[in-house]
Design a protein around this ligand. Structure first.
Ligand code: AMP
Ligand code: MG
Length: 325
């Protein structure tokens, strides 16, 4: 890949990253309408290039089978998580990606520690896992609605002290453990304004084929807007780490949110720089023997290696055209 493109991705991503250790406030430090230097007229070409890049890297990630990637997507309702996943992952081999959406926890899930259900959905080596909502709900919705914490059946000693500080630490430790063992964790917050959320809710009411997305509960949740902004700000400040940073993506413009998310994921993969496994001498000999055997099986009148005969430039074989007599 040209260095120039890698450099542009790195610059864009650096603008979105929450500096580890910094204290941020959503309303003061981030603008949901920001275009981060991008132009809408270029957006289709840019996203197309990003999608192609991701497809190529994902193929190498799978072939190398050493690292896994976890992308956590968080947003307020109507923040555009579903559409972002659909567009950003549109070129990637579905076999190498697993999307998990986390809803209100089940009885079985509540019978375990709060990270248990997320651990079940982690990527395998070679795979990209996407969390549509993630373990961060455990310091967001659960914080804004303390009755949800009561349902988690924690023993008294686990409820004492500053439970949120403790959860931040536990989450950071968990992510560090994953990173140290070859699973890169990358976290995107789609930052939507209250007015754009209102517009999107109304669109769901206006258009019949969007009605199914409308939820009266989502509208009720707007009452807690300020509480969520505070919870998000604290979460971003406490859990953007060197090993698993947060990226705040301006989300009022869907095209911008998609390009930024693709860039963050591409940057993570570039950092891993997965390579196709090298073939050692012993394996090369085995491949050569297998080739000879297959070539000898060519029916009369066909080239020994039909693929090489059709693609001489790609395979570097001049002799491919020779027919068997
Ligand atoms: P949606 O993603 O729109 O289908 O909604 C999923 C719902 O599940 C949202 O209202 C979330 O707030 C809720 N949810 C997700 N994770 C949790 C959690 N850990 N505890 C309680 N509610 C959750
Ligand atoms: Mg919803």
């Amino acid at each position: 890949m040209p260095d120039e493109r890698a450099e542009r991705v790195a610059q864009l991503v650096a603008r979105l990253r929450v500096e580890p250790g910094s204290k941020v406030r959503l309303d003061r430090d981030f603008d949901p309408r920001d275009k981060v230097g991008l132009k809408k007229k270029d957006s289709a070409a840019l996203l197309g290039a990003g999608v192609a890049l991701l497809a190529d890297y994902q193929q190498r990630l799978a072939a190398q089978d050493t690292y896994g990637v976890l992308l956590c997507l968080q947003a307020l309702d109507a923040g555009g998580k579903d559409g972002t996943i659909r567009h950003v992952m549109s070129g990637v081999n579905p076999q190498g990606v697993r999307v998990s959406s986390f809803k209100v926890p089940s009885v079985e899930e509540l019978d375990h520690d709060y990270l248990w259900r997320y651990a079940q959905r982690l990527p395998e080596r070679g795979d990209i896992a996407i969390f549509n909502r993630s373990h961060y709900e455990e310091v967001l919705v659960v914080r804004v609605h303390p009755e949800l914490l009561v349902r988690q059946k924690l023993p008294a000693e686990a409820r004492g002290g500053d439970i949120w500080e403790r959860r931040y630490r536990e989450i950071n430790d968990w992510e560090r453990h994953l990173t140290d063992n070859g699973f890169k964790v990358v976290k995107v917050f789609l930052n939507l304004s209250k007015e754009e959320q209102r517009t999107r809710f109304l669109k769901r009411l206006d258009l019949p084929d969007k009605n199914w997305k409308f939820s009266a509960a989502d509208v009720r949740e707007r009452r807690y807007w300020d509480d969520y902004q505070r919870a998000f700000s604290e979460m971003l400040s406490a859990t953007s780490t060197r090993w698993a940073p947060w990226y705040v993506v301006p989300a009022d413009r869907k095209w911008c949110a998609r390009i930024c998310t693709a860039a963050v994921l591409a940057h993570t993969l570039m950092d891993i720089d997965p390579r196709y496994p090298e073939v050692d001498e012993a394996t090369r000999k085995k491949l050569f023997a297998a080739r000879r055997k297959l070539e000898r099986e060519a029916p009369k009148g066909t080239p020994p290696d039909p693929y090489a005969a059709r693609h001489p430039a790609e395979t570097g074989k001049k002799s491919g055209k020779k027919k068997r007599r």
